[in-house]
Design a protein around this ligand. Structure first.
Ligand code: FES
Ligand code: FES
Length: 160
């Protein structure tokens, strides 16, 4: 076991764990953050996604030791204190989720996509979102929600 210090959602957290423990397990089991979920455990599905320095990362296959020195954002840390991130609001407005299991990864992937490319084309949305799988096939609503969030952000209704 080792003392590992992480920056998560703007806070410094220290845990006593095996350094090879997947980041996902530490976030869920040690830090009580239930946004990222276990799906395949093989870096295939994306439901365990977190943002690391703003980039989507699969936390199921990332040893916690390799998360030190980075800024980690989970779904819990995406919004401000009293307002949703425009992607979260668009997800509600478009009623995206079905079973909901994949949606952590979808929302964080969308937030990262729009941070990198504020005005994506439909092809760019499909390309940017194609690494997070949805067994319920909510892809059309995901695309509509990303488009809606991009419009809201472009209109300056919300700045991120
Ligand atoms: S649980 Fe991490 S990619 Fe599937
Ligand atoms: S909403 Fe069910 S897996 Fe995506």
């Amino acid at each position: 076991m080792s003392q590992i210090t992480l920056r998560v959602n703007g806070e410094t957290r220290t845990v006593d764990v095996d350094p090879s423990t997947p980041l996902l397990y530490v976030l869920r089991n040690d830090l009580g953050l239930r946004g990222p979920r276990f799906g395949c455990g093989l870096s295939q599905c994306g439901t365990c996604t977190v943002l690391m320095n703003g980039n989507p990362v699969r936390s199921c296959s990332r040893p916690v030791s390799r998360a030190q020195g980075t800024e980690i954002t989970t779904l819990e840390g995406l919004s401000g204190d009293d307002e949703l991130h425009p992607v979260q609001q668009a997800w509600i407005d478009e009623q995206v989720p079905q079973c909901g299991y994949c949606q952590n990864g979808q929302i964080l992937a969308a937030a990262a996509l729009l941070a990198d490319n504020p005005g994506p084309t439909d092809d760019e949305i499909r390309e940017g979102m194609n690494r997070v799988l949805c067994r319920c096939m909510t892809y059309y609503r995901i695309q509509a929600a990303v488009r809606r969030a991009a419009e809201v952000m472009a209109d300056g209704e919300v700045e991120r």
